[in-house]
Write a protein that binds this ligand. Structure first.
Ligand code: IPE
Ligand code: IPE
Ligand code: MG
Length: 241
């Protein structure tokens, strides 16, 4: 790997989509796809750490996913339980630091505890920073930030004129993290589905037709290659090559 990969992109965000279709295409129940998706996540976390990516944020459960059948939601809770129980030591050994973004309040108490413990166990780690988005929605996150700012303004500890983009970003779940330069979505869908709406303002989007359980090391490298081909202009004129 080139040295450049160690720094750019610093932050990769992934919409892990297509577990259900992966299973259905094989004549299997959707739950098999979710289980295979956990394995894909393990591979991708490991490879991201190996490549020197600093931040990886994965979309695991959206604020809209509550519309799914209760049986599927409960199965996902079970998988999370298993993930936190079985994978934390593996992640800790890789110096990965885990944190949850989203509002876990509606999750079962034991799943919340396991997530909190995973965060505690890995909080001193200086390796890859892994954000798992659970009951995460970009709009909910922005509204929560606006509400907190409004409360401070009413209290008098902040004036409206002091609210700028940097200040606003401090009230998001991703406070302190750089914005993702690259967003990958699997399963061929070209939409954000309420993921990191604020933070992806200038992210490059790479969509692959692979369903998430088929996403592997090579697929990650292909997405990085595609990202590096892009001309990121940020509203300016074409970059001198
Ligand atoms: C992504 O796969 C996992 C979650 C959203 C929890 P899906 O379950 O959305 O799979 P498809 O899109 O139905 O194939
Ligand atoms: C986005 O996938 C959410 C996650 C990957 C967790 P969905 O499958 O829920 O998105 P839509 O319904 O296709 O937009
Ligand atoms: Mg989907």
């Amino acid at each position: 790997m080139t040295m450049e990969l160690l720094t750019d992109p610093r932050h990769v965000a992934i919409i892990m989509d297509g577990n259900g279709r992966w299973a259905e295409r094989r004549g299997l129940p959707r739950s098999f796809g979710h289980r295979a998706g956990v394995e894909a996540l393990r591979r991708v976390v490991r490879h991201s750490a190996d490549l020197g990516i600093r931040y990886l944020t994965v979309y695991a459960f959206s604020t809209e996913n509550w519309k799914r059948p209760r049986r599927e939601i409960n199965f996902l809770f079970g998988l999370l339980r298993e993930y936190f129980q079985k994978t934390v030591e593996e992640l800790h050994a890789m110096r990965v630091r885990i944190r949850i973004i989203g509002d876990m309040t509606p999750f079962p108490a034991d799943v919340r505890d396991l997530a909190a413990k995973a965060g505690q166990r890995t909080r001193e780690n200086g390796g890859l920073r892994l954000q798992i988005a659970l009951n995460y929605g970009g709009r909910a996150e922005i509204v929560k930030a606006a509400r907190a700012l409004a409360a401070e303004a009413r209290e008098g500890s902040l004036t409206p004129a002091e609210i700028d983009e940097d200040r606003f970003a401090l009230y998001l779940h991703t406070a302190g993290l750089p914005d993702p330069e690259l967003v990958i979505r699997t399963s061929g869908e070209s939409r954000l589905s309420n993921f990191l709406l604020w933070q992806t303002a200038y992210a490059e989007l790479v969509v692959t037709d692979l369903c998430w359980p088929d996403f592997d090391e090579a697929a990650l490298e292909n997405a990085l290659t595609e990202y590096r081909r892009r001309d990121r202009r940020f509203g300016s004129v074409r970059r001198e090559k």
